[in-house]
Ligand binder design. Structure first.
Ligand SMILES: Cc1ncc(C[n+]2csc(CCOP(=O)(O)OP(=O)(O)O)c2C)c(N)n1
Ligand SMILES: [Mg+2]
Length: 327
């Protein structure tokens, strides 16, 4: 079994491994901040800090044969699904060891063996693509599912409504997951969208829909499982709204000064990593000494990944034209 599939299996079979992956995502994103400031990452980058529970829940409930379309805020999803930190950071730093050979960058992460189509910067763009994957599975008679993960802002895009309508009328095996992290770029949701519970929009397509607590890995897994079971058994699509919060700004150096005072602190009381630790300790699966060691080990591991990626070769200019066509 490849290392990627082993990593995927770990989060599906072991809750402590799931917690460890959340730490990996957190540490990874914290390092990216510093690398960006040091000029070692070109272009831009969007951190998923605060959204680790959703990433792990997805990876735990989906099979590698399902298809996932995610957004530019996709580092955590890629790591959770099983891509190695070297292949994700290598891609972000534009190195040949990256999952797309270093020519894609932070917003274009992919691994077809794990079902991750290239992540995309086009807001809402993944929604019709996931519906298309669902249509393919329906026509082929396979019980795989197409999944689109997108932000709250994407629910105001035409592709959201077209994708949901098509999936509903053809009862496609698709799961639409909206990570409602309260902000779309630099705008608070209440400035752009006239309703709070975005999952209600699925009502107009007669589609199953509900919200889940996106800070709680168990609640999110339960919601995704229900949708997966419905899709695999021919029951059609579901819109899930995961209520989360973006701990960082929109991208790179954005300090998010537009946030009301105290809002971040209030959400950080329900930091998904903290909630998971409390749960695992309560159930006797971890204790504070083990947690401290896991955190320290993860910091070292990711520092090692950074060193590996810094030392890795840059792609040639010619490699830009290499994977453009397929036979
Ligand atoms: C089709 C399209 N329109 C506009 C943009 C510019 N844009 C980039 S991110 C963003 C906000 C999206 O909000 P949300 O879906 O909540 O994502 P988040 O910022 O939470 O990641 C916009 C409008 C884009 N990338 N694609
Ligand atoms: Mg958002």
């Amino acid at each position: 079994m490849s290392i990627q599939l082993e990593r995927r299996k770990a989060v599906q079979t072991d809750e402590v491994a799931g917690y460890e992956r959340m730490l990996e995502i957190r540490e990874f994103e914290n390092q990216i901040n510093g690398l960006f400031a040091a000029g070692l990452i070109r272009g831009t980058t969007h951190l998923c800090l605060g959204q680790e529970a959703l990433d792990i829940a997805l990876a735990a409930e989906l099979r590698p044969t399902d298809t996932v379309m995610a957004t530019y805020r996709g580092h955590g999803i890629a790591l959770a699904l099983g891509l190695t930190p070297e292949s994700v950071l290598g891609e972000i730093m534009g190195k040949t060891i990256g999952c797309c050979g270093g020519v894609g960058g932070s917003m274009h992460l992919a691994d077809m063996t794990l079902g991750l189509l290239p992540t995309s910067a086009i807001v809402g763009g993944g929604i019709p693509i996931a519906a298309g994957a669902g249509l393919a599975y329906q026509l082929l008679g396979q019980d795989n599912v197409g999944v689109a993960v997108f932000g709250d802002g994407a629910t105001n895009i035409g592709a959201f409504h077209e994708g949901l309508n098509l999936a509903a009328i053809w009862k496609l095996p698709v799961i639409f997951i909206c990570d409602n992290n309260v902000y779309g770029e630099y705008s608070r949701i209440d400035k752009t969208t006239p309703l709070e519970d975005l999952h209600m929009r699925a009502d107009s397509y007669k589609m199953a829909h509900y919200a889940v607590d996106g800070m709680d890995v168990h609640a999110t897994r339960k919601g995704i499982k229900e949708a997966v079971d419905r899709a695999r058994s021919g029951g059609g699509p579901t819109l899930i709204e995961a209520k989360t919060y973006r701990f960082a700004g929109h991208s790179r150096a954005d300090k998010a000064l537009y946030r009301p005072e105290g809002e971040l602190e209030k959400w950080m009381e329900r930091d998904p990593i903290k909630l998971t630790e409390e749960d695992l300790v309560k159930r006797g699966l971890l204790d504070s000494a083990k947690i401290e060691k896991m955190r320290a080990d993860m910091t070292k591991t990711i520092e090692g990944v950074v060193a590996t990626c810094q030392a890795a070769p840059d792609p040639t200019v010619a490699s830009m034209f290499e994977n453009v066509f397929t036979k």
